[in-house]
Design a protein around this ligand. Sequence first.
Ligand code: ADP
Ligand code: ZN
Ligand code: MG
Length: 445
Amino acid sequence: MKLNQTYKPVIGLEVHIELATNSKMFCGCPADHFGKKPNTQTCPVCLGLPGALPVPNKKAIDWCIMLGLALGCKINKYSTFDRKHYFYPDLPKGYQISQYDDPFCYEGKFEDIRIRRVHMEEDTAKLQHTEVNRKKVSLIDFNRSGVPLVELVTEPDFSDVDEVILFLQELQKIIRYLGISTADMEKGSMRLEANISLLLLGSEPNTGSEPVTLPNYKVELKNINSFRFLKKAMLYEIERQKDLLSNNKKIVQETRGWNEARSATVSQRIKEEAMDYRYFPEPDIPPIEVSDKDIKILSDKVPELPQTKRERFLEQYNLSKEYIEILVSDLTKANYFEEASKLSPDMAKTIANAMINQNLDKSYPEPAGLVKKLVELTKTDFSPTPEVGLAIKSVLVENPEVVKSYQNGKGQVVGFLIGQVQKILNGKGDPKQINTILLGKLHGN
Ligand code: ADP
Ligand code: ZN
Ligand code: MG
């Protein structure tokens, strides 16, 4: 046995995302199943009755492709659906409609992580293991059966647990920016699986350029419904595997879950060999063609992504990293902030501060209301000389169109008005003070 061996974690992710479309993937039943009375949103298609024909949901496909585009993926010109066979009561057809050879999206890259594929499939029914009349039973709710599910698979490119969590948190933000899913983990709208193995460092000739051979096993962490638990599970798993390897023990290829009470990962299912799903082309759904024009339309629909927004907020408003992170984490907040700042660009920091530290955006549903309040609050700090007051008054009187365009939402004209006031004052006058008073007047104070 070698002592002081160092191991490098090798981690690859599989993430499932339930799409927030109105209807299910292959039928017209409502897709929003959370908290609904069991088995009230079903039809022959999603119950898997023989002879029922699936019709793909166009919106779900568009959204899957948009996520792929946001992650730098290539898009297949011809995509096909396949049947993935397995036997389990959550899947009465005996197969899940998924994608195998030709997924909608493939070979993406997000930061340093290679995205293997982003494909479309259908969710299964939900099993509930419970007791009825003191008998143990398993109940099946088909409301979830057939809900559009996107599966995203990364290459095993992570070697650090924090890097995994950061990636997943960023992914969650992107999904929410796209508006394609709530991505709530506690509701199962975003489900995480992490595959982990350990690479013995020094076990490979380190030529630098040659690809490293991956360990010939992996342990799959599954059914973990929070970032916090996933992090704990990965850290535990790395230690457990280290112990086994340094004692020359073999690691069993299996699926493990996280037991919070025991603070440990526990075995759920041992996979001795790769499952044979006997994939074959879904004969009831013709191949789906995606043209360059379709891709262009969809990529135009991808909004500014969180990282671009962070960089722009820093450049445009010079806010602190902490403030930027809080705003960018919540698109509603970010948009509110921008709308308010447009009305009063010089007050961007004050606006961010009022939103973050005083939650004033909650008290003023309209950004203009918050700006007005802040102008009132700051006004008392300034007592302009009569000269300045007079100059402002005359500029407002002389530029009614500009005032009107401000009131119609063109916040940037404030700069012009300040310029005019300073002109009258022969370049004197504090622009900040002029701005504050001007805004007060423009908002009718
Ligand atoms: P399978 O054939 O069992 O589905 P794949 O090679 O397709 O396995 O990979 C499934 C997931 O496991 C991917 O997210 C991939 O990144 C990850 N993975 C593959 N090999 C390893 C490994 N040795 N260690 C950790 N994760 C791995
Ligand atoms: Zn249905
Ligand atoms: Mg799958």
